[in-house]
Write a protein that binds this ligand. Structure first.
Ligand code: NAP
Length: 316
């Protein structure tokens, strides 16, 4: 099969045998694969695949099952690696049906961000109807999904993004307030937008110096959910602020979690979010599609920060 390998810090087209299946896995003929920031980190040697995972990059796919009982089913799947290829071995429990009226290219942008957003907003952040969430990186793949899911479940949404154009795109998706973090101070703007009340949850992909600033905008009982650390993995925080506001600091990574954990998230998504996807009430925002063979260009595009939404590789 045709696939993409990492050679040094570049992506190259290669030929490999179709992957062998482990227990409880199905073989999927991949039609499209999503590109995510963690793939870039993996290419640069900063995010090695967990033990047992394919070294081919790619964490999400849309395609057709070609083996076993599910043969012929059109699906999307979260994978621990191996998505940038014509065929991918996937734990059956990490597959979900292709949403109605959605093509493979669009659907390939679902799994990584929907699994990540669902578990971080609700399992970790305990976001509730009527609460307010601050989402950093609102125009990212994660951000565009988080805006839609938070709004669909009744939260008020404030986002940050790096350009006015991206802020407008976030508002179109449902964010009530969008702050250009390059021209405005997000702490002051968030406090202004909430009439000094602050927010219940912060979904943070920046880390480092953002942590103490995020704590400033959290209300008493607020939850801080870390999903990335683009500004660094260490931060100084005011312990008394955590105590006096009874804050909860949490976070998660998705890729190394067990099949059972991912299956539980898949089940929750299927119940709560798939009906909305099937009705077209929400869906991935696809910014740009590249052919599989141009995977390196797709990475460079994502790294240029030009995108608002998902970057997809079309395989078939
Ligand atoms: N923990 C997990 O399970 C998990 C799973 C998947 C992804 N992630 C992480 O989530 C992040 C988003 O992933 P993605 O694939 O959606 O990537 P992406 O589309 O490339 O998004 C990266 C985003 O970070 C934003 N950003 C950078 N500096 C910022 C700042 N100072 N303030 C606010 N926003 C800032 C950028 O915003 P602008 O372009 O507007 O400047 C950009 O939208 C990545 O860091 C990724 O590693 C974590």
């Amino acid at each position: 099969m045709k696939c993409i390998e990492i050679c040094g810090t570049r992506l190259v087209v290669a030929e490999r045998p179709v992957p062998k299946l482990k227990a409880e896995e199905v073989l999927v003929k991949v039609h499209a694969a999503g590109v995510n920031r963690p793939d870039i980190l993996q290419r640069k040697g900063l995010y090695p695949p967990p033990p047992g995972a394919s070294d081919i990059p790619g964490l999400e796919i849309a395609g057709e099952i070609v083996t076993g009982a599910g043969k012929g089913k059109k699906i999307v799947a979260l994978v621990t690696g191996g998505g940038y290829a014509e065929y991918c071995a996937v734990p059956a429990k990490q597959c979900l049906p292709l949403p109605k009226n959605m093509d493979f290219t669009t659907a390939a942008g679902i799994p990584e961000t929907y699994f990540t957003v669902w578990t971080n907003l609700f399992d970790r952040g305990h976001l509730k109807k009527g609460e307010t969430i601050l989402i950093h990186g609102g125009a990212s793949g994660i951000g565009t999904t988080a805006i839609q899911i938070a709004r669909a479940f009744g939260a008020k949404v404030i986002v940050t993004a790096g350009t006015d154009k991206k802020c407008r795109a976030c508002k179109k998706l449902g964010a009530q307030v969008a702050i250009n973090y390059k021209t405005k101070d997000f702490v002051a703007e968030t406090m202004r937008a909430t009439k000094k009340a602050g927010v219940d949850v912060v979904l943070d992909m920046v880390g480092g110096d953002y942590l103490p600033r995020n704590l400033m905008v959290l209300k008493a009982g607020g939850r801080h959910v870390s999903i990335a650390m683009q500004h660094g993995r260490t931060a100084e925080l005011d312990i008394f602020q955590v105590m006096s506001k009874r804050l909860i600091l949490t976070g998660s990574t998705l890729r190394p979690r067990s099949v059972a954990d991912k299956a539980a998230i898949a089940k929750a998504l299927h119940k709560a979010v798939w009906p909305l996807l099937n009705k077209g009430k929400l869906g991935p925002v696809v910014d740009k599609v590249f052919p599989l063979t141009a995977a390196q260009d797709a990475h460079e595009y994502l790294e240029s920060a030009a995108q608002a939404g998902k970057v997809i590789l079309k395989v078939v």
